[in-house]
Design a binder for this molecule. Structure first.
Ligand code: MG
Length: 392
């Protein structure tokens, strides 16, 4: 990206925000967009990608067919973008970049949420492992096939940096410039730090809401949790006759507001103290500058511990997870043993990768295929491969 004046469409930014003028650019240089900022272009490419559409049918916690009211990866990503954008604007950060990171952050997620990712990681143990946020990067760097000039979406460095939240030292070394910060203890942009915490705010709160809706967690249990109790008591006192569903919405809304407010105030204070001159000073800082207060961190940890214990390990969620792991593992093994079961374009890719890097190459293509599946497509493939009554 050339060092050009910021587009007239760009909002006013703080000096430490990411901008087209201080971007490290795209892997394949392209002329600047005519009517959008560079990061709006990233966001639009993400929205038009096949992987983004498939998020609609991928599990967050509840499998898609369990009910139409629950969050999916798509609605989760939209909530992350909404929370991220609001905070970005208040702090003078780049709203477009925050949004593009938020919308892309789960693109590499397997079907069936964490159960699917754990299963695929086990399957890939001998072939380099599988990690969903690395896979999100793979999706935008290589797997999307939409443009004449390049594979992937050719996103800016800053969006790609934001997608890669964590990675092992071995992978970091292979990733070059993008992985260097994990080895050097450097920070990503403020927008990346923000998108990461917006993710946390979104899932903690919507999992409370979905968990209550599903009847897997109860108000009485949540009243033991400070973040919930604080708002629940305030709402019941102010609106003693409000119906149950509206009480929950009002409480969750206030919980989000409480966390957002804390994040804005704490981050603003830290930014004032550190006064980073520009994005490079942000990257060189010893610790992230976007964050919660210690008090809110402690309350968040309490809520997370509760959700892990009461919701994610609930026997009904566990049953679904166990089934999901069996489906993902069975599909992986079947395709790895017999690549002729793959659709022809994946057979070609598997052959090409195997010629380059042996069985690990074949396994990577199988993992790409399985990871790209939606929940219902994975169930369909499982039935087509293993259900004797379906001879198709
Ligand atoms: Mg997420």
């Amino acid at each position: 990206m050339s060092r050009q004046a910021e587009s007239p469409f760009a909002p006013r930014l703080a000096p430490y925000a990411a901008s087209a003028a201080n971007s490290r650019g795209r892997r394949h240089p392209e002329p600047p967009p005519a009517y959008r900022t560079e990061y709006q272009r990233d966001r639009d490419r993400i929205v038009h990608s096949a992987a983004f559409r498939r998020l609609e049918y991928k599990t967050q916690v509840f499998v898609n067919h369990e009910g139409d009211m629950y969050r999916t990866r798509l609605t989760h990503s939209l909530e992350v973008a909404q929370i991220g954008r609001s905070i970005a604007r208040v702090l003078g950060l780049n709203e477009d970049l925050t949004e593009s990171i938020a919308l892309a952050h789960d693109l590499g997620h397997t079907p069936f949420g964490h159960a699917g990712q754990d299963a695929l990681n086990r399957c890939m143990r001998d072939y380099g492992g599988f990690e969903h946020n690395l896979q999100s990067l793979r999706v935008v760097d290589e797997l999307e096939e939409r443009y004449a000039e390049f594979s992937g979406l050719n996103l800016t460095y800053e969006t790609r940096e934001g997608i890669l939240k964590h990675c092992s030292p071995r992978t970091a070394a292979e990733l070059g410039e993008l992985g260097a910060r994990f080895l050097q203890g450097r920070q990503p942009s403020l927008e990346a730090q923000l998108a990461n915490l917006a993710d946390e705010i979104a899932y903690n709160n919507h999992d409370v809401d979905d968990g209550l809706r599903a009847g897997l967690v109860h108000i009485d249990q949540l009243r033991e949790i400070e973040l919930f109790r604080e708002q629940y008591e305030a709402v019941c006192q102010a609106y003693p006759r409000l119906n149950h569903r509206r009480v929950i919405h009002e409480v969750v809304r206030r919980m989000i507001n409480r966390q957002v407010t804390d994040l804005v105030e704490t981050s603003r204070r830290r930014l004032e103290e550190a006064a980073p001159r520009d994005i490079e000073a942000v990257r060189a800082a010893p610790a992230p500058l976007i964050g919660f207060s210690e008090e809110m961190d402690a309350m968040n940890r309490e809520l997370k511990r509760f959700l892990r214990r009461a919701l994610y390990r609930h026997y009904r969620v566990q049953r679904m997870s166990a089934k999901a792991e069996r489906i993902v593992s069975a599909l992986f093994e079947a395709f790895l043993d017999e690549p002729l079961l793959l659709p022809p374009e994946y057979q070609d890719k598997a052959r090409a990768q195997e010629a380059r890097s042996g069985i690990a190459g074949r396994a990577r293509v199988v993992a790409d295929y399985v990871a790209g599946m939606t929940d219902r497509f994975a169930i369909g493939e499982y039935e087509r491969l293993f259900d004797p009554s379906q001879v198709t």
